[in-house]
Ligand binder design. Structure first.
Ligand code: FES
Length: 143
């Protein structure tokens, strides 16, 4: 797919680590692709798999879930639950024919602004290769 394609990415970021890491990237003036629609959640464990399906159904070309590093979750084990839940989710998406590049997870701490840039750049590059989401019908929402 063309590099001119600009994917819509819905990003669920945990308040305590990844959101703060993204914020640090911004305050440090680190440039990264502007393709994200950020949704701040209290923990990656709060992200219901249906949020991912709904995002894809409503116009996202890809989804990113990002939280604290394993062992650093503010709620002790939320990210362990998320990791297990989304490993299954990825297999399920694969099973129904959704390109696995459309679902991404990462662990980014509040001090990793530079890593945040790398994660977002990687996600956007992969989605540019994958192209627009066409795997199942959806209702388009005006972003
Ligand atoms: Fe960040 Fe749980 S608080 S992943």
């Amino acid at each position: 797919m063309s590099e001119n394609f600009e994917p819509n990415v819905v990003a669920f970021l945990c308040n305590w680590c990844s959101y703060a890491g993204a914020d640090l990237a911004g305050t440090s003036r680190i440039e990264y692709p502007p393709n994200l629609n950020v949704i701040r959640v209290m923990c990656s464990g709060r992200v219901n798999p249906m949020f991912v399906v709904n995002a894809l159904q409503q116009g996202a070309d890809g989804v990113l879930v990002s939280g604290c590093h394993p062992g650093d979750c503010h709620y002790m084990e939320g990210n362990f639950l998320a990791r297990r839940r989304f490993a299954l989710m990825r297999e399920l998406l694969n099973f129904v024919g959704v390109d696995e590049r459309r679902f991404n997870m990462s662990w980014v701490s509040a001090s990793e602004g530079a890593k945040w840039k790398d994660v977002v750049t990687g996600v956007v590059n992969n989605l540019q290769e994958a192209g627009p989401f066409t795997e199942f019908p959806r209702k388009k929402i005006d972003w």
